[in-house]
Design a protein around this ligand. Structure first.
Ligand code: ADP
Ligand code: GLC
Length: 475
């Protein structure tokens, strides 16, 4: 069975968040289950791409309205990622340094999708499943089934994974001409509230869709940035499959980015050695509990509340705790955090920006990871934290609810959970964290328990393969 994953991100090629982690790992695990999964993504000016060798395997052209673009499909030559990797290169459009945030993002991602469809239509051996991730690839199911130009692909089942429905890729009807040779009686499938909505179109047209956790699948029907009615109506097509983690990369025993490696047995010593390094680096006292936040500094993640949380830790908790933040996002939050880090050096510090190595070191050295998310479709941070023996402090939502069990509620629990993204609830949870830190035996017990959990992709990759098999039977 040949499965093609289409995505804007794929670790280690190009990653902004969890989408990259998932698409960089899931195909590898699927291949170990005996299917043939590959990844197609846009070309970016990134280190991985400049440092590896690619062959040009296809050249074609596509039209966005009246503008013609030539494109190339490049294939990584070694399969070193555990799956074949294909890049779509378009000079001037898909050859940028960043993944997102260009003013012509709509044109970039439509061109990416059209190039894939042009190429796939010519392939002698067509994929058995086309698996689209998030809105950047959301027009593909519509175009496969309702554009005469791609009718050679119209029999192939499509699966769409919703990693985050907050972003939908909306654009105006004035750009309808970008979509070639479509059945005009079907344009209603593209529409949601008067604009072309790629995520909505994907949900309407795909054979099945998945949400990245069972709870998120439920939440989509009442909290999905305007698509609630659609998700409720299409629910029978949906399935919630929790993400896994790539344990080849995220393993404290072998992780070469850490200052010191450790196993469950040596976690106490190993984590302390990592904490010593990070405490020196950020000017903290190693004896105090260290609470870290890693992620995008946006409202979804509850990041707007972090400055007040930091101040409360200093006043209410008399600086008994240190806080470290690694992230980037909204300029206001970045600025506030930078000012606070200068003013309260010994209690709080931050690294504003993206730093993969530092993120690994923080998972290893922190005592707690804080995730006060308003929305968290799955969340990978808590899964990495569990693997590295770092207690997650999470809001009960989405994938956080499905993966973290509160140790006060369940005798086998290992995390700290709270119900509301507000200062009061977050501070109550932090108070609990500080209390648990004072009991080394409890800390050790929780660490041992959480490090024994298996959140690797092995289980979830299989759910996807079964889903594909059921679709192929129907063809
Ligand atoms: P999301 O995809 O919504 O951002 P996830 O929890 O699924 O959230 O995944 C976030 C991923 O991005 C994790 O691998 C996390 O370590 C990483 N990450 C987020 N922000 C940064 C950053 N500033 N530097 C390094 N890694 C980061
Ligand atoms: C999204 C979600 C995050 C999820 C990730 C990978 O970016 O915000 O919760 O873990 O995708 O599926």
């Amino acid at each position: 069975m040949q499965v093609v994953h289409l995505s804007a991100e794929c670790y280690p090629v190009a990653k902004v968040g969890g989408l990259g982690d998932v698409v960089g790992a899931l195909p590898k695990y699927q291949n170990s289950l005996g299917i043939q999964a590959s990844v197609v993504m846009p070309y970016y000016k990134k280190k991985f791409i400049s440092e590896n060798h690619f062959d040009s395997i296809f050249e074609g052209s596509l039209a966005l309205g009246t503008t013609l673009f030539n494109f190339k499909v490049l294939k990584e030559t070694t399969d070193k990622l555990g799956f074949p990797l294909f890049l779509i290169y378009i000079s001037g459009l898909l050859d940028r340094e960043e993944i997102y945030s260009y003013p012509d993002e709509t044109e970039q991602f439509i061109a990416f999708q059209l190039a894939f469809l042009e190429w796939a239509s010519q392939l002698k051996k067509k994929p058995d499943i086309v698996h689209c991730h998030d809105h950047h690839t959301g027009l593909i199911p519509f175009l496969m089934y309702h554009s005469r130009r791609y009718k050679k692909l119209a029999h192939i089942p499509t699966v769409v994974t919703v990693h985050n429905a907050e972003y939908q890729g909306w654009f105006g009807w004035d750009k309808l001409s970008y979509l070639p040779d479509i059945d005009l009686s079907k344009t209603g499938l593209l529409d949601w509230n008067g604009t072309i909505n790629p995520l909505a179109a994907a949900i309407k047209c795909c054979w099945r869709f998945t949400a990245v956790s069972p709870t998120y699948l439920e939440e989509l029907s009442y909290n999905s940035n305007g698509l609630e009615y659609l998700f409720a109506g299409e629910k029978q097509k949906g399935v919630g499959i929790i993400n896994g983690i790539d344990t080849d990369i995220w393993n404290p025993e072998t992780d070469s980015m850490l200052m010191s490696n450790y196993t469950t047995k040596t976690a106490k010593k190993g984590k302390l050695e990592n904490k010593r390094w990070i405490s020196k680096e950020f000017g903290f006292a190693v004896t105090k509990p260290l609470i870290a936040f890693i992620g995008r500094l946006v409202g979804e993640k509850g990041a707007d509340l972090l400055p007040q949380v930091i101040l409360n830790c200093i006043t209410e908790l008399h600086s008994k705790v240190n806080i470290l933040i690694l992230g980037s996002g909204l300029a206001d939050i970045e600025d506030e955090l930078t000012i606070l880090s200068k003013k309260h050096k010994k209690q709080f510090n931050c690294f504003i920006g993206y730093n993969e190595t530092l993120s690994h070191r923080i998972y290893a050295s922190a005592d707690f990871i804080l995730m006060p998310s308003r929305i968290e479709p799955c969340g990978l941070n808590q899964l990495y934290a569990l693997r590295y023996g770092t207690i997650p402090i999470v809001r009960n939502t989405g994938g956080l609810k499905d993966t973290v069990i509160d140790y006060e509620i369940d005798a086998n629990g290992y995390g700290i959970c709270f119900n509301d993204t507000n200062i009061k609830s977050i501070m109550e949870a932090i108070h609990r964290a500080v209390t648990s830190y004072q009991s080394p035996s409890q800390l050790q017990l929780l660490r041992t328990r959480m490090m024994a959990l298996d959140f690797s992709w092995s289980k979830s990759a299989n759910h996807y393969v079964n889903l594909y098999k059921n679709l192929i039977i129907k063809t």
